[in-house]
Design a protein around this ligand. Structure first.
Ligand SMILES: O=P(O)(O)O[C@@H]1[C@H](O)[C@H](O)[C@@H](OP(=O)(O)O)[C@H](OP(=O)(O)O)[C@H]1O
Length: 573
């Protein structure tokens, strides 16, 4: 983990347009270099015609698909999404952060037609990021110069109505950090269209800042207290003739405006360090620095896109947390070399405060997966079946490439434990006979291997079997399996038992190599817990007390960037 977390937010009123072929530039020139931890996308006016919505209900909308296609290529997974008619919010993260994004909840508030219609309003997603409550709110507020008051009123209704369950941060503004963005529809007052256009042409944007309704309202509306925004150094992003870079020439002749905005707000006091002891909590919280800090690195428009009458706007932020809760609720351990079917066993260690469900599962994901249901295969991890699962030979990935293991919690509705990526390699001389055995099933094999939502477990509908099986080939009873002879899972030297700690670290990548490679001897799946296993770990406060008493070095537990052995449970929420 880096010492801060980088969040990249995009807002775009897409004007009911179909998505263009390539939107990758929205995610910055370095989307693939791993420097961004989360991408948040707020869209407005996503086509929500009735027939379109029926299709979307089944297959998701084309914008979501395109965002998932684009960001999954860079290793980002859809964490959660919320849609209300045309207002859509998508939250993506590096897969290795999934275990530390907890308490996910979404909300939506209609404000159109007096609160009955969702053409206007707000959708939000809240979560704790490494123990700190953060909320993302995407709004589409009423249009037109004259509706300033209505915009403020609607924003107030959204804040009032959006209430989350089960914690201290029940309202949007109770979160340590709020990002508020969208087509907020504020306009430039007083100046006529010619003055505005000539100020834009002559790059005299500061002249227009003073007349921007949102800038003015920040000084008078208490509801906007604490909201911050970077300087608007880009030209107004509304309204353009579709297909051009020309401001509105239609009969409407709308005045250009910065309708599309990204703001943030910090709570004055940060989250308390999680501990039961109130006095200790006060002390530790003040010692650790209290509030989260946010730094904006860029705030820009993307003028090249022409499919809508709005241009997209993006902003990049660093979040500096005073401490991090970054121990997973579940640690996955697995034998490093899979050469026989019993090796394909994954043992998991759960934290004592984690509540298991019969509908939890352990899945194999190909790196580049789009969301938690986009697995290659899964095995139910029923509580009464102990703490390990075994994949069958037929469950194993057929494609060479990078894979991870993930533990999905049904109660928490998210992946709560992941491993580092490992390589699966196939040996042609070993694999080919296997594939030729099932050559008549090639098509079905391809279908089954293709990422598809249809492969999601549907516990409510399907029989609750222990293991998901592909219908690909009959299971072999003898070991070693032909295909398994071509696979071995092997961490790089210096690694002990592969586990799900620090999965972001490229240096800790594991690989599946052929048995011919030089390997250390395999480790049994039943290897005892590593010394840092969460079962034997300590909570942040406990470790801090120990640190104060000199039993542990403080560097193990303190703030940001360090390996804080904090209790990962959602203690404050
Ligand atoms: O999405 P909705 O709820 O239909 O609301 C419309 C939307 O805000 C358009 O951006 C706006 O056109 P302009 O941007 O051109 O103002 C239009 O105004 P209009 O009715 O005056 O065209 C609104 O009715």
């Amino acid at each position: 983990m880096s010492s801060s977390d980088r969040v990249h937010i995009v807002t775009w009123n897409v004007g009911s347009a179909l998505p263009p072929d390539d939107i990758s530039s929205l995610f910055g020139p370095h989307a693939g270099d791993g420097s961004t931890d989360m991408f948040i996308i707020g869209l407005q006016e996503v086509n929500s015609m009735i027939n379109k919505r029926l299709k979307d209900a089944l297959f998701t909308d084309q914008w979501s698909e395109l965002c998932m296609d684009t960001l999954s290529r860079f290793g980002y997974v859809l964490v959660t999404s919320q849609r209300m008619q045309g207002v859509l919010l998508l939250v993506f993260s590096k897969f290795c952060h999934l275990p530390f994004l907890r308490g996910l909840q979404t909300e939506k508030t209609r404000t159109g037609l007096g609160g009955y219609w969702g053409n206007k309003g707000g959708v939000s997603a809240r979560m704790t990021m490494f123990g700190h409550p953060v909320c993302f709110l995407n709004c589409h507020l009423p249009a037109h110069m004259r509706n300033l008051e209505q915009r403020m009123e609607d924003f107030g209704s959204i804040l009032q109505q959006q209430q989350f369950e089960g914690g201290t941060a029940s309202g949007v503004l109770d979160h340590d950090v709020v990002f508020w963005f969208g087509d907020l529809n504020f306009r430039i007052e007083d100046y006529d269209i010619h003055v505005v256009k000539s100020a834009i042409d002559s790059n005299k944007l500061p002249l227009l800042w003073e007349r921007d309704q949102l800038n003015i309202a920040k000084n008078s509306e208490s509801i906007l207290d604490g909201f911050l925004e970077g300087p608007l150094k880009f030209p107004p992003t509304y309204k353009f003739d579709v297909g051009t870079h020309t401001y509105d020439t239609s009969s409407k002749k709308r005045k250009p405006a910065w309708t599309d905005r990204i703001l943030w707000r910090l709570r004055c006091t940060g989250s308390p360090v999680p501990t039961q002891n109130a006095a200790l909590q006060r002390g530790l919280t003040s010692w650790l620095g209290g509030a989260t800090k946010v730094v904006q690195h860029s705030y820009r428009s993307h003028m090249g896109y022409t499919c809508s009458d709005h241009k997209p706007v993006s902003a990049v932020f660093s979040l500096h947390f005073p401490f991090k809760v970054d121990l997973p609720l579940v640690t996955l351990e697995y034998v490093k070399e899979w050469t026989k079917v019993s090796d394909a066993t994954v043992r998991f260690i759960v934290m004592s405060n984690f509540q298991r469900s019969s509908w939890d599962w352990v899945a194999i994901y190909k790196v580049g997966f789009k969301h938690h249901k986009d697995y290659v295969t899964y095995v139910w991890a029923k509580a009464d079946h102990g703490s390990q699962v075994t994949f069958t030979e037929e469950d194993l990935p057929r494609d060479a490439g990078e894979y991870i293991l993930g533990f999905y919690s049904n109660n928490m509705n998210t992946i709560i434990g992941v491993t580092s990526p490992f390589q699966v390699r196939t040996l042609p001389d070993v694999f080919l006979p296997v594939f030729s055995d099932v050559s008549s099933e090639d098509d079905s094999t391809l279908v089954l291997l293709a990422p598809a939502s249809s492969r999601s477990p549907s516990p409510g509908k399907s029989k609750h079997h222990h293991r998901h099986r592909r219908s690909r080939s009959p299971a072999h009873s003898n070991t070693p399996m032909p295909s398994l002879q071509g696979l071995s899972l092997h961490p790089r030297p210096l690694e002990g038992l592969p586990s799900s700690r620090s999965p972001c670290s490229a240096a800790k990548k594991e690989r599946l190599v052929s048995p011919q490679d030089t390997l250390p001897s395999p480790i049994s799946p039943l290897t005892p817990r590593s010394p840092v296993s969460p079962g034997g770990g300590v909570s942040a406060p406990e470790a801090l007390i120990a640190a104060i008493l000199g039993e542990h070095r403080p560097t193990q537990v303190t703030p940001t960037g360090g390996r804080s052995p904090g209790k990962p449970g959602e203690t404050s929420l």
